[in-house]
Design a protein around this ligand. Structure first.
Ligand code: MG
Length: 259
């Protein structure tokens, strides 16, 4: 069984790549185990800023691949690092879940309703009041940041409107778009990886099912990239996209040659 990708750090997207909802994709868990046995670094890179990292540790571990906390990298981490390095001391008004706000507080990010920065995250506890307060800050000319650009988050029942959809709403109500987006495919997500691992870009590969986040992340930041067709992207969508991953595979199990 030969590995088709020559790299040391393997960054996996989750939904549509490792699992679909609560079901692991055929051969995915086995593939992760084989990579780990070969001494490769395996991490999971998610744009979802609504969940606590521990939820991912529990979910992936329960599928049969034991995961440590260091292996989970979220757009929340990229956002916090960006705030500390580029906007030290600036306050934010976060629209996000209680676990997101808690993570900001733990990282000593100042939080205020009359903040310097309106920070939009994936808020599954969204209320009209939060939308209104965010819009007031945008009208006042405060900075506008978003954790990630995904338009929908897949679910078993039906797609959930995600940050990208909320950005369109705020653009309509305030005429403003975020000046900084932290998750895949943008640079702050690459900066957090580079701060955590001492592995060259060309020895790093991003594997995912979404062209405009996962694959562009690889392409824009100098990593290898593998598009898997086990999630939202069909072969036709890939051909029409004009985006060029290093490799296209049906699913992550095909990362190994079956002999
Ligand atoms: Mg995905």
């Amino acid at each position: 069984m030969a590995l088709k990708i020559d790299a040391d750090l393997f960054l996996f997207d989750l939904d549509g790549t490792v699992y679909l909802g609560d079901t692991p994709i055929d051969g995915a868990i086995d593939t992760l185990k084989k990579l780990t046995a070969l001494g490769k670094k395996v991490c999971f890179l998610t744009n979802n800023s609504s969940k606590d990292k521990k939820e991912y540790v529990k979910k992936i571990s329960s599928m049969g691949y034991p995961v440590d906390l260091w292996q989970i990298i979220t757009s929340t981490m990229a956002t916090i690092r960006y705030l500390h390095t580029r906007r030290p001391g600036k306050s934010v008004y976060p629209v996000g879940t209680p676990s997101f706000v808690e993570e900001l507080k733990k990282s000593r990010i100042p939080i205020s309703e009359d903040a310097d920065i309106f920070l939009l995250a994936f808020d599954t506890t969204l209320t009209y009041e939060k939308i209104w307060k965010g819009n007031i800050l945008l009208e006042k000319g405060r900075e506008f940041f978003a954790t990630h650009p995904d338009i929908v988050c897949p679910s078993d029942i039906g797609d959930m409107p995600d940050v990208g959809a909320m950005m369109t709403m705020f653009e309509s109500s305030s005429g403003r778009a975020p000046s900084v987006i932290c998750g895949k495919p943008y640079a702050p997500m690459a900066e957090i990886i580079e701060s955590l691992f001492d592995i060259p870009k060309e020895r790093t590969v991003m594997i995912g099912d979404r062209l405009y986040t996962d694959i562009l992340f690889g392409v824009n930041n100098g990593y290898q990239s593998v598009l898997v067709l086990s999630g939202e992207t069909t072969h036709e969508m890939y051909v029409d996209s004009g985006i060029h991953p290093t490799m296209v595979l049906p699913a992550i199990a095909s990362m190994f040659d079956q002999e």
